[in-house]
Design a protein around this ligand. Sequence first.
Ligand code: FMN
Length: 397
Amino acid sequence: MASRAPRHGPSWTLGELEAVAQRSVDGRIWGYIQGGAGAERTQSANEAAFLRWVLVPEALAGVRSVDLSTSLLGTRVGSPFFVAPTAYHREVHPEGERAVAAAAGDLGVLATYSTLSSDSLEEIAAASGEGPRWFQLYFQPEPATSVELVRRAERAGYGAIVVTVDTPILGSRDRQERSGFALGRPVPIGNGPSVRTPPRGPSWDGGAYELGDAAEANWAALEAVRKATTLPLVVKGVLSPGAARRAVEVGANAVIVSNHGGRQLDLAPATLDALPGVVREVGRHVEVYLDGGVRRGSDVAVALALGARAVGVGRPVLWALAAGGQAGVDRYLRLLGTEVANTLVQLGCSSVSAVDRSLIRPAPAEAPRATEGPGTGRATVLHRPDAPQPTGRPRRG
Ligand SMILES: Cc1cc2nc3c(=O)[nH]c(=O)nc-3n(C[C@H](O)[C@H](O)[C@H](O)COP(=O)(O)O)c2cc1C
């Protein structure tokens, strides 16, 4: 598809993409993208969790090539990272989800598209070409609307249904509220006028807090989706072994350890901290993915080493889209792929499947560590000496 050319050439770093994105979008949209729930403690914790690990390079490993491809639910994909579902891409760039679809599709990177996409799921499918794509479902107040969305996704060649289970109600998002997002015109939804966003709910007035005609967000609703389709079912938003077990009992083929990028429950656990428990519980039965705070290639390697089969990236894709449309997203996905490949070479791995727990160690507990914003894609975070310190097993040969 035609693309707005990147304004500063093709060599943007992640920090530059973030900075250009901030200049490119309205302040309300920026508040919507960047904000998390409450005081954003979970959002910060997602990134901070990666600092509690170090990667141990393999000396003189002699790796000459790296294969980043892997299979996710039986589909061959180009990378162990995927595009996490995020809403309203046309608010970020006029090319909308189609730009993401074209960029990810060209590279064979799996992309997941939101119920709340600006382009319709059929338009997105057309822009994806042969690219792997999954459809993310928010339960709808009318179960028939959920089923209709699933049917449309089946017809449009989506490879899995990703049901998000952490959003019975939208998180209380201070930064988004302050920015004034959604106070202006209603944001159009490409999948049609019958599609609803998760409820914000009324203000508490000292009495009962009713959710009105909100969708039934319960295990029976998940079971109904399971029964409605033969496509693989992915459950997004589990943070505990118990929830993961329950999802598998209902028939999930994969789970995504996710706290919605820290946008739902402030003080929910960081996803990297929640990952090992979920992997222990269900990792032998289903694929386990993670999203939240993944920014650099080294983050991808840490998550894979802790048992994730793949990781999702949310905000960086939106930065890339805002900064340069399809070309921006292409730039970011290539950048991340290059970083992952670079990391793997230094770890002595020639393929994704070679990444395991032996490649990482807990970071030294005593050293406070800080990294800063643009250029790193990281907020300032401090290492917590009281953090759990899992033990590593000895390195391979
Ligand atoms: C602006 C924005 C919109 C999002 N919209 C959705 C959505 O529609 N459906 C969904 O399941 N998750 C949504 N998410 C959550 C992402 O899928 C993902 O869990 C999160 O962004 C990962 O964290 P990261 O942004 O730190 O990579 C959204 C996240 C952001 C930042």
